[in-house]
Every structure is written in C-alpha cells, then in structure tokens.
Write a protein that binds this ligand. Sequence first.
Ligand code: ATP
Ligand code: MG
Length: 562
Amino acid sequence: MTAAEKSEAVGRDFIRDIIAEDLAAGRHKTVVTRFPPEPNGYLHIGHAKSICLNFGVAEEYGGRCHLRFDDTNPAKEEQEYIDAIERDVRWLGFDWGKHLYHASDYFEQLYEWAEHLIRKGLAYVDDQSQEEMRASRGTLTEPGRNSPWRDRPVEENLDLFRRMRAGEFPNGARVLRAKIDMASGNINLRDPVLYRILNASHPRTGTTWHIYPSYDYAHGQSDAIENITHSLCTLEFEDHRPLYDWLIEHLPVPSRPRQYEFARLNLTYTLLSKRVLTLLVRDGHVSGWDDPRMPTIAGLRRRGVPPAAIRDFVKRVGVAKANSTVDYGLFEFSVREALNATAPRRLAVLRPLKVVIENWPGEKIDELEAANHPDDPSAGLRKLKFSRELYIEREDFMENPPKKFFRLSLGAEVRLRYAYFVTCKGVVKNAAGEVTELRCTYDPATRGGNTPPDGRKVKGTIHWVSAADAVNAEVRLYNQLFKNPEPDAANFAADLNPDSLEVLKDCKLEPALAAVKAGEAVQFERQGYFCVDTDSKPGQLVFNQTVGLRDTWAKVSAGSAA
Ligand code: ATP
Ligand code: MG
C-alpha cells in the first residue's frame, strides 16, 4: 500500500497526514485551525468543505477550530452576513466554543507590526496612483519597476503612515507597501500592499480606522496571534504562501503557523462564487440568499437538505491537491442517503386527476392502514380514508398508452397503494377534449391492495389521495439553476435555466401532511423527498421538493423518458 492508499483506507488525506505527522513528531502539542470567512455574502457548499475540513480535523485530533471573520473590507461587509455565517456553521454541526474572533480584533496589533516593518526598512508609503502601481508591477514575464517612493526615509514613512491612520488623506491617496522585490518571479512579492486608505465605517470598529489592512497582511498575522498551527486554504492562495511566510519571518509574531492549500469544491450546474451569488440575489434571478435553488447553506437548509447530508457529501468528495469538478449527482446521492432512512412515507398527488369509483357504496368510508416506512416496522402505521372520490396523478393515466405502460388506461386494472385494485371503465372530457375525470370500479376482494382469491395480478401500483379529506397545498419543484453543467461565471445570466422552478398550486395531500413541521423531511411516495417551506402559513401549505427519488440527471443523459 502506498501512503496515499493507506490514507484513503482510514478516511485520511494529505492534510490529515501532515497533521498526524506533526503531532507524532512533537512539532505541535495540539492542532489549532480556523475557518476564516469574509462577511460579504452567505456561505455556500464550497465553504462547507472548508468548514468540515477545519472543524473536522480539529475534532479528530483533539484540537480546536476558531471561527474568525476576515472583516478587513468594510466597504462590502454587513452584519446580516456575520449573523448568517454563524447560524450556518452551527447548523452544519460545528461549534467554535469561545473561539470567535475577528481580524478587526487585531487592528491595533497589526498596525504596530506595520510600524515595526517601517522601522526595519521593510515597508514604505507609496504615493503612486493605482494606475501607476499597476503599470509598474510588471507581468509574469517582465519584472516590475521600483516605485519612486521606495527609498523614503523611515521617519517620513512613519509620519505619513500615522497621518494615513489619522484620516488626513482621501481614499486611495497613498498605500503602505512591503519592501520585498519588484523583480520577484512571484508577483505577490513585488512590494505587496499592506494597508490602504478607506474612510469607511466598520461594523465593529466604527469610524476608528481610516486605513484597513490587506487580506495578505491581516490573514497570516491573525493566524499567528491565535496560535493557529495549520492554516488551511484553497489552492488559489498557493502563490501567496511565500508572502505569508515572509511576513511571519519578519515580524515579532507569537507563533509560526504554516499554510497548506487544498482543492476548492466545484460542482456541476453550480457556480460557487460569492460574486455571482451576490448578483443572482441583487438582480432578482432568485428570491434571496435562501432561495432553495441557491447552493448556499441557507438555500440548502430551506430546500430540506439535512446537515448530515452535506457532511457526508464533503466526506465522499475528500480533500485533494488538484482542482476538479464534482458531479451534482453525487450531492443528490448523499441527500437521498440521509433522508431515506428516516423520512416517513406519505401520499401526495401533485397534478390531480379526479377518479370516481362507480361501484363504491355511497357515503361509505373505509379506513385502510399504511406503513409509515416500508423498511422500518417500528415507524408504525397510519390510517388512510378511502371513499368514492379520489385523486390520482394525471401522468398515471394515459388514454392511448404505449405497450409497456403499466399504469391506468381505459380497461386496465391497477393497484391503488394500500387500498384496492381498480379498473378504468370510462373517461369524462371537457369541451377542449381534455380528460377531467376517470370512472372506475374497484374489487372489494383486494382490500389492502392484496391479490384477490382468483390470483389475479396487476403490474402497476399508483398512489392516490381521498378527495373528501385531501389537504390542498402548493408544491415547488426545482431543477438546476443553470442549464449548463459548467456555467460561465463571466456571463452566468446566459446560462440560467428558465425552468429551474415549477410551482404547482393545486396539489392534494393526505391529511397527515398538514402536521409536518418545519425542518422535517417526508417522502411523497414515488415522487421524492419534500419539506415544508418557510412561506407556509396555516391553511396555506407550501412544500419544497428537496430531491427526487432517482437520479434524474443520469436518466436525462441516458435518454429514457418517464
Ligand atoms: P471571496 O474571498 O472571493 O469573497 P471566498 O469564497 O474565498 O470568496 P471567503 O469568505 O474568503 O470567501 O472564504 C472562506 C474560506 O472558505 C476560505 O478559506 C476559502 O478558501 C474557503 N472556500 C471558499 N470557496 C471554497 C470552495 N469552493 N471550496 C472549498 N473551500 C472554499
Ligand atoms: Mg476569500
């Protein structure tokens, strides 16, 4: 077995291997990680990967994981996002205990360290405009040019930096840059910006600050202050690691964290970019951050996806060093796995077609027993009332059926789940020629849906709801938000699926479904898993489809219908 295969076998990955080795070698007594969201949007399923990894390894190796808001850009950050992020991390099943931090907690310390760099001749105030700085940064193949302000005396740098802090200059007038190497092959080392002037109010520090640290400057130093041992981030930060290390090297920080990069999660039919998600919300392509079609944690929760399904999915995806795109079907698989075991089974007719049982005796009501879960007798039974008028699914009847259609058609017999065999004797049509009602007969000898004494068999079993006590509901069915398996982030609007939401207003549910509570999953037999939507009100039930019973995407690509 190679080391990688061994890791696989015990549910390990290269990050866990590094941590295990560091602990075994005594390089650290305990593992400390952090999840560092920027509160400029809601968390999505990609963040869940990072959350499960950071909190997961801390838990597995007896360490701890901090929640740290990377709140260094007040122009984009909002309290709403801070609250949503905390709620979502908790809901995913993780707890930071007392270790809730903010990069803004360290603004004073970060400022002092910036002065330290200035005093050591390792940072300078640059008066160039943004355009000038961009023009002199060079390219991947050409070195940059030194700023004319690069050799400013220390005292002048200190004076200007203090005045930047005091709010003497307008936005963008000056920046503080690290003095590293304008000819470096790594552009991140070409005198990166440490501080910029931004006269903006911050959700936590108010108007105290007129300068804000850059991500690269704040991040590693915040890690060091919190004694983070393993700073885990996505691959796009690999090129930033030399800067991360340079700053740790040149500052009197209390600890020396190391950064490790892993592949970000990409999912087919999905864009995991806060920029895109923000625009989807802002431009009204979805109803909000928690629209059930959104890949946000809030959207998935509203859609009825349990946190265990997200954790299971992330585990199946694993942690690798190379970027790849995961099939959306794998996510749906995890959702079904999580819901199948526990979701009670119920009958619901989404597109109703009325059925009259012509030989049913008048007002008689029969009470039939139905299993709450076919694989779990302990889930018990419930009573279903059967009477003369019922609803079945419109698509379970065909006037001119193809050969292998085993459901209802004129003259055909099917089993109504848990009830009786019925035979279709006639159809009623409206002026437009559409079937509006079926006339059927039932066989009393098949009560419970059982084979009659003559041994007659039927091939089809369909679901139904009794008209007399059906509960009306709206049911929302969802499809992929994007019609393209790899939507174009730069032009995402063109890839939006116009049929991502289907609202069915006239659904008929068995009465037990009126009692489903928020957060509970149910299976509508033959249809999929559903939950009550937050738009639901007493007397105005709204259900969301969480996921279908089968992999409809595989089905579509295999070219088979029904
Ligand atoms: P941006 O910084 O562009 O606003 P972001 O998605 O990087 O977007 P952050 O709040 O900075 O947002 O992310 C917090 C953490 O989540 C980071 O450590 C980041 O690496 C990680 N992360 C973000 N997207 C993914 C993803 N798709 N897969 C795995 N981890 C991710
Ligand atoms: Mg980021």
